[in-house]
Design a protein around this ligand. Structure first.
Ligand code: TRH
Length: 344
């Protein structure tokens, strides 16, 4: 029998916390047949990410006070060290069979991740053990989330139909199509200024934005609706260059295997710069990408011309990188295996 599973998600901001939890919950439920309950303290992002969530099979519950008396699941996943309620943890300790307790960590390309993946930490007072699972970019980590039907969906994708559905004009000869998903502090105005004099016609697709269709020089901007998470990949497939941010869209851009630019989630004391560089150190085009990515994250001046000239090389590197990632564990499958070994 597939196990029952409770996932706890505390929404810090934006869409990433809910997005990662929803993607994992979906894989566990659809691909592994797990009975998943998702406890989320702010369901708002899910209404946009998964507007049809009421259809199931994931049971979405509002994580709110007072905590209801529920039996703990066999596998308990807390996302990003969000600490399940004390009453729930006490019930885990009383359970006849100790649940498998997993803390799913944030994604980082830093080298220390591999040595921390899978580590166990006994509870200071209760007869419980928490295990730390790390997504990551090498075989000694939990790898990355990717649905089993990803390649089939991609093969069935029809770019012209996608453009027509969202009222975008047919692709022009030599058009550079860009998707834009970045934090508000990105130097987008500088990029737009540089693009305005581009020799190639440029279309910028802005999912979830409030902007209106506009044009300036070579650039046309098109607002798109915020697509359900399962369709976000289509935007990436439809574009030649994807600007992404945070954690989940960053991973999707890598599966899409197109040139991309990462607006990393900012942390205190520039801690995110170390993370960004750790990723670039692994990527086959890391040194080519570094100046523009640093500029996009605010550490130097933007040089679009140099970056644009390297797009053909980036296209090759993006495919090589996708092949490397395809050899990594699938995070959902790794989690299923890890739990299975401990549920025996
Ligand atoms: O939204 P993000 O910036 O989220 C986060 C949070 O800020 C979080 O606190 C932080 O810890 C984390 O980043 C690193 O970026 P992210 O992770 O890319 O999440 C966006 C989600 O929204 C992702 O699942 C893709 C989805 N999405 C859609 O489903 N449709 C859309 O149209 C768009 C633009 C995004």
């Amino acid at each position: 029998m597939p196990p029952t599973c409770d996932i706890f998600c505390a929404v810090v901001d934006n869409y990433g916390d809910a997005g990662v939890c929803w993607r994992l919950a979906s894989q566990l439920a659809h691909e592994h047949g797990w009975q998943v309950r998702l406890w989320i303290d702010d369901p708002q992002p899910l209404y946009r990410l998964a507007p049809d969530m009421a259809k199931g099979p994931i049971e979405v519950r509002h994580w709110d006070a007072p905590w209801p008396a529920v039996d703990p699941a066999e596998v308990v996943i807390e996302a990003f060290a969000c600490d399940p309620p004390a009453e729930y943890v006490a019930a885990m300790a009383r359970a006849e069979h100790q649940p498998v307790w997993i803390n799913l960590e944030y994604l980082s390309a830093e080298s220390w991740v591999a040595s921390c993946h899978g580590q166990a930490s006994p509870h200071p007072r209760l007869p419980l053990v928490k295990h730390f699972l790390f997504p990551g970019f090498d075989a000694a980590t939990g790898g990355l989330l990717r649905e089993v039907d990803y390649e089939a969906r991609r093969a069935a994708f029809n770019e012209s139909a996608f453009r027509a559905e969202f009222g975008l004009p047919p692709r022009q000869v030599d058009e550079l199509t860009i998707s834009m998903f970045a934090y508000p502090h990105a130097p987008l105005p500088d990029l737009l200024t540089a693009l305005a004099t581009s020799e190639r016609p440029v279309s910028i697709l802005l999912p979830g934005g409030v902007q209106r269709t506009s044009s300036n020089g070579a650039v046309n901007q098109f607002p798109l609706p915020f697509l359900p998470q399962r369709r976000y990949d289509e935007i990436l497939w439809a574009c030649d260059l994807n600007f992404v941010r945070g954690e989940d869209s960053f991973v999707r851009a890598q599966w899409a295997a197109k040139p991309f630019v990462w607006h990393i989630y900012p942390q205190e004391d520039d801690a995110h710069r170390v993370k960004l560089d750790a990723f670039l150190d692994r990527h086959p085009a890391g040194n080519v990408l570094r100046p523009f990515w640093h500029a996009w994250n605010g550490w130097r001046r933007l040089d679009w011309q140099a970056f644009a000239a390297s797009l053909p090389d980036q296209e090759v590197a993006a495919k090589t990188w996708r092949e490397t990632l395809s050899g990594l564990p699938n995070l959902a499958a790794a989690l299923v295996q890890f739990s299975g070994e401990r549920l025996k």
